[in-house]
Design a protein around this ligand. Structure first.
Ligand code: NAI
Length: 312
């Protein structure tokens, strides 16, 4: 879409606290990024996942003392959505800008339209009208997602990349109804946590994942038609200056993300992809080892291992 001019001169809503819904691969990194920038951050998870989220929080303890202190001070993990309603009671004098007493939501639950719509419907009944709803969706249609809200103008895409506390780029996505204020607030939030926000229109898979899809398709061709090994393909790409190769990215992000992306958009999948999806072998994302590796990656201590597609 080329109506981006509408969004260039808007005022953002000053942010005080942030709620992240879903503490999985992305949610925990997003929550961490906000905590490090001294936002009061509420991470909401499902009951049966809470223990895992706590385990992840425990693994945070390998971080430097100053980072742990910020997490302890700023992060609250809960299953209680009602906490979002009272968020303005969490006193803060950290910002000397006038604050509307409001929370910004970034949802990072599973990539399912039905679930995200149910979540937004629920939040609409709980949160204040001024609250901006950000979605971390990788590919879903913002217009469809926001259609359940009384005021669809407050939905904006804030698409982080994994690991969200490290990767600088964030796609800020505007749908047909997204207000300029919501876009400006998303930009402001990204800047406050030292990210590089990029304005993107509402189209299938947005920008980066479209590119990643092409890289992955070609990487698989190299592997299955020409006998390259995954780490060899990635090495070629990183030799050109990319931070990570496409296969490492897919492995870390979870092959389920690409599965959703391709099936949602009707993009063709290779035999290899169909095979691993059927077996639900989603790469290191779903692996217990993730909990051990992740804190080290946060610290930049761990070089991503080369060419791991699965390690089950
Ligand atoms: P994940 O499966 O690792 O985590 C999702 C979390 O949401 C789980 O911990 C789950 O318990 C929680 N959850 C589900 N329903 C919930 C509810 N109603 N209330 C509270 N929590 C709930 O998923 P992941 O990979 O973190 O993806 C989340 C979103 O971020 C998806 O929309 C995905 O497309 C997007 N995304 C994923 C990226 C990746 O690299 N994995 C990159 C960028 C975006």
């Amino acid at each position: 879409p080329n109506n981006r001019g509408d969004h260039t001169n808007s005022k953002s809503i000053p942010l005080k606290s942030v709620a992240v819904i879903g503490g999985g691969t992305m949610g925990r990194g997003i929550a961490m990024a906000f905590c490090m920038a001294e936002f009061e951050t509420i991470l909401v998870e499902l009951n049966d996942q809470l223990e895992i989220t706590y385990a992840r929080e425990k693994s945070f303890k390998r971080l430097k003392d100053s980072k742990i202190e910020k997490l302890r001070k700023n992060l609250q993990i809960t299953t209680d959505f009602q906490k979002l309603q009272n968020c303005d009671l969490v006193g803060s004098s950290k910002y000397d800008v006038p604050c509307y007493e409001q929370v910004q939501i970034v949802e990072a639950v599973f990539e399912e339209m039905k679930l995200k719509k149910e979540l937004f419907t629920k939040l609409d009944g709980i949160c204040k009208t001024s609250c901006i709803f950000g979605t971390n969706t990788s590919s879903l249609d913002l217009d469809d997602m926001s259609s359940v809200l009384q005021n669809p103008t407050k939905v904006v895409g804030i698409h982080f990349f994994n690991p969200a506390n490290l990767i600088k780029m964030v796609e800020v996505i505007y749908g047909s109804h997204t207000s300029s204020e919501a876009v400006a607030t998303a930009f402001e939030a990204c800047r406050a946590i030292k990210k590089l926000p990029i304005l993107v229109g509402n189209c299938p898979a947005f920008v980066f994942n479209r590119l990643l899809g092409v890289y992955l398709n070609q990487s698989q061709k190299l592997m299955y038609e020409y006998g390259y090994l995954p780490h060899q393909v990635d090495k070629i790409v990183t030799s050109f200056g990319f931070l990570m190769g496409p296969l490492t990215v897919a492995d870390m992000n979870g092959l389920d993300v690409m599965e959703k992306l391709k099936s949602e958009n009707g993009w063709p999948a290779s035999d290899f992809e169909k095979e691993v999806w059927t077996q639900k072998r989603y790469g290191r994302k779903r692996d217990a080892i993730n909990f051990l590796l992740y804190p080290m990656m946060n610290e930049g201590l761990l070089c991503i291992e080369e060419g791991i597609i699965d390690h089950e």
